[in-house]
Design a protein around this ligand. Sequence first.
Ligand SMILES: Cc1ncc(COP(=O)(O)O)c(C=O)c1O
Length: 381
Amino acid sequence: MAIHSKLPDIGTTIFTRMSALAREHGAINLSQGFPDFPAPEGLRRALAHHALEGHNQYAPMIGEPALREQVAAQLQRFRGVTPDPVEEITIVPGATEGIFCAIMALVDRDDEVILLDPSYDSYEPAVRLAGGRAIHVPLIEDTFAVDWDHVSGALSSRTRMIVINSPHNPTGAVLSHSDLETLEELAELRDLLVVSDEVYEHLVFDGARHHSVLEYPALRSRSVTVYSFGKTYGVTGWKTGYCVAPPALTAELRKVHQFNCFVGVTPVQLALADFMAEDPDYPGTLPGFYQAKRDLLHRALANSRFRLRPSAGTYFQLLDYSDITDEPDHSLCERWTVEQGVASIPISIFYQAPPQQHYLRLCFAKQDEQLLRAAETLCRI
Ligand SMILES: Cc1ncc(COP(=O)(O)O)c(C=O)c1O
C-alpha cells in the first residue's frame, strides 16, 4: 500500500522523546514543560466532584457557559478587556488544538505565514496541513527580540498571518509594549491575521507585565489569542485551553473545532470554572512562585561553567554551554540524559536554520529538591 505522507519529515516531538529517555534512564526530567508537583487541591477535588455528580456527557461545542463566564471575568481582571463569552470565547481541548483550528480555519492554500524562530513545534505542521507555507524569520540571536525590519522584509502579497508567542517558549523572552505597537501597525498596513500564543501569560517576572494583543484594539480585531489552563493551573494533562477572537474569526475557528475535537472534557471545564470563581486571584500568585524557582536555579548554577540567559517569563531557562563543548545540542541533550542523569531540550530543533548557538532549555516548574539535585550534577560538568 502506498502512503503519501503529508508530513514526511516530521517525527515524534522532542518533548515526548526526551521525557521517554529520562524515564528510561531514571534521569531528572527538566525537559518537558510541566510541573512535577500537585495542582491546587481544590481544583482536583472539584474535578472528582463533577465526575461523581454525573457531569460526564458532551459539553456544549463552544464550552461550558460557566467556564466561558469565568474566562471573561479573568480577562477583565488581568487584562482590562471584556470579550463576549458567547461570541468571542471558545473552550478548546488544549492550546495546541486552538492553534491548529485557528490556522486550519484561516490559512488558505499557498498563503504564507510568518513564524519567528525558535518557534513552538506545532505551528509549522499546522500551516503545512492547511496548504500554506511557513516563512521563518529568526529572532535576534543574542537577545531573542523580534527584528521587525526583518519581518517586514519577509512579507509578500501572499502573507496572510503571523504567529507570535509571548512569553516565549523556549527562550523566556517577552514582547514589549513597543513590539505590540509595531505589530499592530504592520498588521493593519499589510492586512495580516495574527495568532497570539499567550499560554505563559501569567509567568512574567521581575515586576514586568505581560502585554496581550487583546489590549490593542486594532490588533485584537484581527487576532486569535490562545491560552492554556494547563499552564496556568498546573494541569497540563487536562489538556484544556481557550481561544479569544472577534465574532467573525471565532465563527470560522469553531467550524474547524467542531469537526476536529468537537468539545472539551466536561467535568474538567466545570472544575476549572468552580476554582476560578473561588480563587480569582490564583494567577496573580504565579509570578512570585515561579520567579523563586528561577532564582533558586540561578543561584544553584552560579558556580557552574554554564552561562545563564535572562529568563523574563515562562518556566524555562536557557543554558549556554559553549564554554564546555561545541557538541551539537541534540546529541548533547541525549548524552547528558543518559550519562549525567539530567534531561533538557535542545533548542536548535525550534529553528528552520539553527544558528551557531549552544543552548539547552531547562524547565524549572519542578520541585526545589529536583532543581537542586539537577544543578548539583550540572555544576560538576
Ligand atoms: C508555546 C506553547 N504553546 C502551546 C502549548 C500547548 O499547550 P496545551 O498543552 O494547552 O496544548 C505549549 C505547551 O508546552 C507551549 O509551550
